[in-house]
Structures are given as structure tokens and as C-alpha cells.
Write a protein of this length. Structure first.
Length: 521
């Protein structure tokens, strides 16, 4: 006699009963599935009229305690709504899964941006699903706990051979989900996760032959950190600050700055650093104690390296793509805007990076990307640098690899999909399909107390009334993201596109001016 449980298992297969996550069987199945992706890339990706299904999981899969320190972290899942622009291809279907439902006005806002496609046509090819779970667990973990939801995703995939999974970052959770869905993952196998950590990145930089700060990786204990700080000071007696980073930090939230005190004698250095740690350490993440910081270093490992200081210093990044054929492409360069007490928190970016160095910067990024391609990396990722000007020459120090999508992914996606253009890394310029240059200023961190209470509906009304919407005719204007975080946290993101860097910044200034005035009592 069939029980309700038997009926449920037939209707909603519980894949974890077949094999265990992380098992050899799962790895074998995953590798077999991934073999199909190369064929997709060669035959389906170049054809804009090819039927396909893209499953988007915008999960910030990372340490839950660190994740909980990021203000409005759950709304960062909205950043990959930029991928809704894929719906401009008329036979493309998208399945987008989030922790909590996204307001329909936000979805409508993105769909109205689609060039050449009506919102209604796109809507019919878009499936929005939710876990209805606002906890600080990573989204992918929530999905794996819901076999019915996994089944629902599978039901909406028309053809497994023309479907793939794209995520914000990729861990063993995403690998398990790809296997349970039976579709390939557009990203690096998490077995190569170490290459994208702070410690792994330092080894890649050395292999690529690029500049990197003096430092030490694979640190596990507080005492390891103390010894590294001592060695850095010994190597450079004039060093005033050092950076300590968790291997798996996000947007600078896993970083800390150590300020060297005056040493009485060389023999007392270890004692002085150890005893002064509580006073001299500045942790970037809010409400993250020194005790918890070093517990996380122990759990995930970390690095300590010199703080690069100079009179003229910038923080650029290079975004690259490694395709399934192991070919490397430089997608973009950015100058990052960093904030926080010690300048460790990513706030936003301008595109392209400074014309004085964006060509040489892209060249350094490509060297690193080639090393990662040799290791088997796949997909979009970014490399952060510190660039300093000495004797009228720019020197680029590679500081970390973000082997995932990041804060510069969604603004470039939006620009590319809206203008159908390309970035020429050898010339350092972006041209639209009609040959016009474009620039943007983007940020994830417009954040003011007075903005709290503004709903997505309010924001759209304000934007329309004050002509703040993106104009498809001129291919200039403003796009909003992180809109769901506005009412509760007073926080949102902007991408401001202009035909000059100054015009892009003017759009940003106008948005802030308008919002400030709208929120005045």
C-alpha cells in the first residue's frame, strides 16, 4: 500500500537519498554534467535565437556569521536581476530563485528596460521562485533544504541539454544543487576554491609574475598572524600598517588593519604586537569582535600583508572571463571607491579605470587570468589591485582574486545588455553598437537614514517625476538596484551611465539631490 510519503518521494525526488553531497559519486556526476557545457557554449551561446533556460541562484554562499554582518545582505540577491536582460533573446527562459519574494514593481522596472522586447513577452518567459526564508543562511542552502522547490525548478526547465546554472559565487552547495538539477554550472568547480582565496591568490600572483604586497598566507592562528606582522616589520622597518584578511572575506568585511606601535627593542616585538593587538587592530566589519575575527581566521585561514601606501594611490580592478574552451577575455576595468574607517569596504566603482593606466592594468589582469585558466577556472571573476604612481610610472600590486561575480559584475552587465557594446582592453575604452563611448559610475551603498520608509513604488514614482530613468534613445541615465533594501535600511544601489565620466557622476549627484529633497520633512 502506497503511503503519502511514498507518493511524495515519487513526485518530489529527494536526491540526497541517492548520494551524499561531497561524495565521489556526486563528483563523478558533476564532472559528467559539466562536459555538456562546452557543447552549449559552442552551439547555443552564439545564437541569440537558440532556445535555452538559465537558472539564476544569486546566493551569497559564505560564512553565516560574516554574512549576517552585511547590512541588508538578503537584498544583495537582487543584484543579479541584471541577468533579466538575457530575456531580450526571444526564446530564452529564466528561472530566478530568491530567499524572499521580490516586489513585482522591481521586476517590472527591469523588464521595461529591455530593448526590442515588450514586458509582457519577457514576463511569460520568466519564472520567479522563493524560499520564503529571510534567515542569514545562504540561499543555496535554503533551496537544498526544500526538495519540493528543487522539483519545481526542474519542472520549469524545458530542455536539460540547453540549460545551465549561474550563481553569484560557487561552493560545494552550488555543486550539489547543479547535480540535483542535472544541469551544468557556469563557474569554477569548488574543488578549486582555494585558488580564489586570499592565500591561494598570492600564489597565483607569484606564478603570473605580477607585483604583489610583501606578505604571508595560509595563516591559521593568532600567533601565526603575530609572527607574520613581526616579519613584515623586519622586512620594512618603516612600515606603519598591515592588512589582515580572512581567506573568504566579502567586500572587505573580512579585513582588519593593524597599526604598528613604537617598539622599545627588537627583542620585544612579538610581545608588543601580541599585547597591543586589541588596541591596534581595526576590524572592518561592524560588530565583529577581535575574538570572533581570529576564530574565523582559524576556521578558514588568512593572510597578513603590508599596507601599500603612497601619495598617489588608487584601487582598480580587472574583470575577466574564462570560457569553457579555456580562452581568456578581459571584460572591463574599474576604479573602485572604497570606504569605511580604513578604506577596506567596497562602495562602488567608475568605468573604465583611469585612462593613464587601464591598458597596463588589463595586461596584468590577463596574466593572472591565464594562470587561473591553467588551473581549470571557469566563468567571470575579478582581480583587485592597488596602483601607485612613482617617478611618473604606475605600478600595479595584485591584492586579491574574487573567483565569482562581484560588485562590478551587475553594472557592466547592464551597460553591455542595454547598449550591445564591447570593452576594448587594448584601447581602454567602451563603445556601444553605434560606436559611441560610454562611462558609468556605480555604487551599492547609497545609504541614508532619511531614506528609510521609501518603498520601491515610491522610488519609481520619484524617478519618473524627476526624469531619473534610463533613456534608451540617448543610452544614458540611471538604473537602480538593491531597491528592496531601501524601505528597511535606507540603502540602494545605482548605475549612472553617461557619454563622459563627468556626465555619469552628474547623474549620481542628481539622484542624491532629488532623494534628499524628497525625504525632507
Amino acid at each position: 500500500m502506497n503511503t503519502r510519503a511514498d507518493t511524495f518521494k515519487k513526485t518530489f525526488p529527494i536526491y540526497k537519498d541517492i548520494f551524499q553531497p561531497g561524495s565521489d559519486e556526486e563528483k563523478t556526476i558533476f564532472n559528467n554534467i559539466q562536459q555538456r557545457f562546452r557543447q552549449q557554449f559552442e552551439k547555443i551561446f552564439p545564437d541569440k535565437l537558440a532556445p535555452r533556460t538559465v537558472v539564476i541562484i544569486p546566493s551569497l554562499s559564505m560564512d553565516e556569521e560574516i554574512l549576517s554582518k552585511i547590512t541588508g545582505h538578503i537584498f544583495y540577491e537582487e543584484r543579479l536581476l541584471c541577468l533579466l536582460m538575457l530575456l531580450r533573446m526571444p526564446l530564452t527562459k529564466i528561472i530566478y530563485v530568491t530567499s524572499v519574494p521580490i516586489d513585482h514593481v522591481i521586476i517590472d522596472y527591469y523588464l521595461h528596460l529591455l530593448p526590442g522586447i515588450t514586458g509582457n513577452h519577457a514576463r511569460q518567459r520568466l519564472t520567479m521562485l522563493s524560499c520564503y526564508d529571510a534567515s542569514s543562511k545562504p540561499l543555496t542552502k535554503k533551496i537544498l533544504e526544500r526538495p519540493r522547490l528543487i522539483h519545481r525548478i526542474r519542472q520549469n526547465i524545458t530542455d536539460d541539454s540547453a540549460a545551465h546554472l549561474t550563481c553569484f559565487n560557487i561552493t560545494s552547495l552550488e555543486k550539489t544543487l547543479a547535480v540535483q538539477l542535472g544541469i551544468p554550472l557556469f563557474g569554477t568547480d569548488p574543488d578549486l576554491f582555494y585558488e580564489g582565496t586570499k592565500s591561494g591568490g598570492r600564489k597565483i600572483f607569484k606564478a603570473a609574475g605580477v607585483h604583489l604586497p610583501d606578505g604571508f598566507g595560509d595563516l591559521k592562528t593568532r600567533q601565526d598572524v603575530v609572527k607574520a606582522l613581526i616579519a613584515l616589520k623586519k622586512n620594512n622597518p618603516g612600515l606603519r600598517k598591515a592588512v589582515i584578511k580572512m581567506n573568504e572575506g566579502f567586500s572587505g568585511e573580512g579585513n582588519a588593519i593593524y597599526y604598528y606601535p613604537d617598539f622599545s627593542t627588537n627583542g620585544e616585538r612579538e610581545k608588543n604586537i601580541d599585547e597591543s593587538m586589541s588596541l591596534q587592530l581595526r576590524i572592518s566589519a561592524k560588530d565583529l569582535s577581535e575574538k570572533l575575527f581570529f576564530e574565523k581566521i582559524y576556521e578558514m585561514g588568512g593572510i597578513a600583508e603590508e599596507f601599500i601606501d603612497a601619495d598617489i594611490k588608487t584601487s582598480p580592478s580587472v574583470q575577466c572571463l574564462i570560457d569553457p574552451l579555456s580562452q581568456v577575455e578581459v571584460l572591463s576595468t574599474h576604479d573602485q571607491l572604497l570606504g569605511g574607517e580604513d578604506g577596506q569596504i567596497f562602495l562602488g566603482a567608475s568605468f573604465p579605470a583611469n585612462s593613464e593606466y587601464n591598458i597596463s592594468l588589463a595586461s596584468e589582469g590577463k596574466k593572472i587570468a591565464r594562470e587561473l585558466a591553467k588551473k581549470g577556472a571557469l566563468g567571470r571573476f575579478a582581480i583587485d589591485f592597488i596602483s601607485i604612481k612613482q617617478n611618473n610610472e604606475w605600478i600595479h600590486y595584485a591584492i586579491e582574486i574574487n573567483l565569482r561575480k562581484g560588485g562590478t559584475t551587475h553594472p557592466f552587465f547592464m551597460l553591455q545588455f542595454l547598449t550591445d557594446g564591447l570593452y576594448n582592453a587594448e584601447k581602454g575604452e567602451y563603445l556601444t553598437a553605434s560606436g559611441n563611448r560610454r562611462f558609468y559610475f556605480s555604487t551599492d551603498n547609497v545609504n541614508k537614514e532619511c531614506y528609510k520608509g521609501l518603498t520601491p513604488h515610491d522610488l519609481i514614482d520619484i524617478a519618473i517625476f524627476h526624469s531619473l530613468m534610463y533613456d534608451g534613445a540617448s543610452q544614458q541615465g540611471v538604473m537602480f538596484h538593491l531597491v528592496g533594501a531601501l524601505s528597511q535600511y535606507g540603502k540602494l544601489g545605482l548605475v549612472c551611465i553617461g557619454d563622459t565620466p563627468e556626465k555619469a557622476k552628474d547623474y549620481y549627484d542628481k539622484v542624491i539631490y532629488v532623494l534628499d529633497n524628497e525625504c525632507m520633512e
